[in-house]
Structure formats: C-alpha cells, structure tokens
Write a protein that binds this ligand. Structure first.
Ligand SMILES: [Mn+2]
Length: 440
C-alpha cells in the first residue's frame, strides 16, 4: 500500500475518532478530551523498567507504541494536538522525529522536558483526562469519567478501514512465524527451539509480542495458558499446539494451530475440530449473538467427541450434563484489536451495563451481538486435562465417557484452532486463513 493511501485512511480514522470524541464531550458537557500515553513502570526496589505498554485509548489515536509521556488533546472543531515527548537522553535511544503517514493528522508539539508538557495542554477544568494515576502531571490528574470511557470502549470494537490494514499486517507477521514454527516441530525441535524459529520469522522480540506465546508439545497442549518453553525436545514429539501472536503498531494477531506428527486418532480429532471451527467462522454475521455461537460450538464439539468415540450417547446429553465442558472448558473467543482481549466484550451498550455470559459458561469473553467492522476470534478446542478428567470420572456422568479412548488421546494434550474473523454486512472475512493462503 502506498504511503498516500495510508495517509488518507489514517485521516479518515482520525476523523472517526474525532466524531466519537465530540459526541461524547457534548453529551458530558466537557470541552476537551486529554489522553496520556502513560509512563515507564519499574520493578519494586529496582531501577529496571518493565516493557512499556501504552494506554490503549492513546494508541487508538496515535500509532506510537514505544512513546511514554506523550499526550493527546482533543477539542471539538480542532485538529488534535499531540504532545510528543522527545527528551534529551544519552542513555537511551530517543524517539525519532515524527514522520510517516500519521503526522499530518496532528498538530504536533515537541517537548524535551516532562515539566513542559502541561503548558501545551488546554485547561483541565472541563476536561476528561484518560490515563493511569501515575501518568499525572502538574494540574492534570487522570479522572477517567465513566460517561466518557464507556462509549469509547464500546466504539473500539468496530474497526476503521485503517485499523483493518494494520490488523491484516499483524496477521501476515504471525503467519510467517506459524509456518516457521510448524517446520521446527516437523524437525523435532524443542519448545524453545520452536519459539526461536517463530520469533525469527515474525521479526518479533519476545517482549514485543501481544501476549506470551503458548508453545506446547505433547501433554503441554492440555495446559490452556502453558507459560513455559522446555529447552529439551521430548524423545517422542507427538503433537504440537501453538497459540502465538504478532502486532503492528499495537494491533494484535492471535492465532492457534495444532499439529499431529502422524495420522491416527489425534489427527482425526484435529480434523473434526477444524471442520467445526470453519463452520463457526462462516457464522460470523451481523446481528448474530456471539453467546449463542458459543453454545452452538459446544454442541458441535460434543458431536465430534461422539463421532470420534470419546463420548457415548448423544451430543445433546453431553452439553446438558456439562460433560462437554470438561473437554472444552473455555469460551469460543473474544474481540481483538489494540488489546488481545479488546475491552468492551460484555458491554450492554455505549453507556455501560453488562451482558453476563450464559449460565454455566463463565469463561466466555464476548456476549455482544456481532456488528460489521468487529473482529472476533473463533477458537474452539478439545483438551485432555488430567484434573478435569479426574473430577468427571468421580462424578455422576462418568459412564458417558469412553475412558479407554481418553487414555489413548491423553498423551497428545489438546487441540485449539483459532482465527481472526471480520464481521461485514455480508460474508465474513477470515483474516487469518487469508494470510495463510497468501503465504502459499
Ligand atoms: Mn484468543
């Protein structure tokens, strides 16, 4: 994409943000919206900072993900002001002079000293100030009024065309990593070796990933948020679950794939989950209740377990008795954007309120109706988790399970298949599969 096209899309993106901000300010009787990027945070009793993560409300305007102490000031009828902190500092690499597709959208004021930031901001008296408490500067203490924060969180679920460009780029970056990771698994690498292959191919540092990659061989695939990477390859590397992301100016990708070393019952189960996943991706339609899609997912996964001889009886019984939740103990997915789990998934409307997940499904992270422009993950899974299986075996529904089959599958850990899907006015667009297809 040419720089001109991106500049135009970014100008439209900022115009959308400006309209949202003006509506919210008018409704709350406020004159200005001020947004702090945030400040570096330090380890306790230490002078080492954690990796910087900006306020997502700041990133929603400015593609500046490594820029602590910057501020935005939005005033109706005016070009937004960006206070750009570029200190004199010979210890660190200082942020470069502003340049690129985004600079024309802002009135940029470069500040060398933090003490000079306040002088560039409009009066605080009738301003919403968004940020964390430690971002406060003289006279500007974040107040995060709910009447301002809620509608902005709610609106962020729907992406602008500029944001979709960045999200597609993040998909490409993640897919490059995923393909290298699969090759590393085929070459019998360790989890750490696979992670290194992923980072090299995606061009990411570990600390810049949107979340810690999940790289699990064999039984580790059954640990939902497996957070470790073994440096030694197992002697028998049977299966591989990878949940790994990437980001471009803060826009996240979150993709999961599962591989078997050879054909057999585990590969058959992967094929079953993949078919369910693709059906659910195709069901991402405007007006669809995502919580209902989650319940459909349970029924379809239970049918896979019945078809694959893991469960006796009917899929309906497996869902009604709660047995399916032993094998699928998490939600179907979530909103994604500047946050891996984009905020606002439970919101009843722009002014707040909460739509609770269905009874018995506490881990579902999205309960809204789908709208064009929303990007959601679709990530069904089936796992053989020892602790949950032990409870099931002791309970009233133990006879619904073919335990011999479970023991055959247990050494393979689990399966999850996850894509990002864009809801449109018409057919959904699977951003992840498109990126895999383009990568050849
Ligand atoms: Mn996810």
């Amino acid at each position: 994409m040419f720089q001109n096209d991106l500049s135009r899309l970014f100008a439209e993106h900022i115009a959308t943000r400006q309209r949202e901000a003006e509506a919210v300010l008018a409704a709350s009787g406020l004159d200005h919206l001020l947004i702090a990027a945030g400040v570096d945070k330090y380890r306790f009793h230490d002078d080492m900072p954690y990796p910087f993560r900006p306020n997502p409300q700041f990133l929603a305007w400015a593609p500046l993900d490594h820029h602590p102490r910057c501020w935005l000031a939005i005033t109706p009828g005016r070009k937004p002001t960006l206070v750009y902190y570029q200190p004199d500092d010979f210890w660190h690499l200082v942020p470069a002079d502003p340049s690129g597709y985004w600079v024309d959208a802002f009135d940029i004021r470069i500040v060398r000293n933090a003490a000079d930031i306040a002088a560039e901001l409009p009066p605080a008296a009738k301003a919403a100030i968004l940020g964390e408490a430690d971002a406060a500067i003289d006279g500007y203490v974040p107040n995060n009024p709910a009447a301002v924060v809620n509608p902005l969180h709610y609106a962020r679920a729907v992406k602008t065309p500029y944001e979709l460009v960045m999200m597609r780029r993040a998909q490409q970056r993640a897919v490059a990593g995923h393909r290298a990771a699969e090759a590393a698994f085929r070459a019998h690498e360790s989890e750490l070796g696979i992670q290194r292959a992923y980072l090299a191919a995606s061009g990411h540092l570990d600390c810049d990933l949107p979340y810690g990659n999940i790289i699990g061989l064999n039984e580790h695939g059954a640990v939902l948020h497996y957070q470790h990477q073994d440096a030694t390859a197992p002697s028998d590397s049977r299966s591989f679950l990878i949940d790994a992301g990437a980001q471009v100016v803060g826009y996240a990708a979150d993709i999961t794939r599962t591989y078997a070393r050879s054909v057999g019952p585990f590969q058959d189960l992967i094929d079953g989950v993949d078919a369910v996943q693709q059906r659910l991706c195709a069901a991402v339609r405007a007006g669809t209740d995502y919580a209902q899609l989650h319940l459909d997912c349970h029924r379809q996964l239970a049918q896979v377990l019945v078809d694959q001889d893991v469960l006796n009886g009917s899929a309906e019984d497996a869902v009604a008795s709660g047995v399916s939740a032993t094998f699928f103990p998490h939600g179907l997915g979530h909103l994604i954007g500047l946050q891996v789990h984009d905020i606002g998934g439970f919101m009843a409307g722009p002014d707040g309120g909460r739509i609770e997940p269905p009874e018995g499904h506490p881990f579902l992270r999205l309960t809204r109706k789908l709208e064009p422009g929303m990007v959601v993950t679709i990530e069904p899974g089936l796992y053989f988790i020892d602790s949950l299986l032990a409870k099931l075996k002791e309970g009233a529904h133990a006879d619904m399970v073919n335990w011999k089959r479970v023991d055959t599958l247990r050494p393979y850990g689990g399966i999850r298949i996850e894509d990002e899907v864009l809801c449109t006015d018409d057919e959904p667009e699977n951003l992840s599969r498109a990126a895999f297809a383009a990568a050849g």
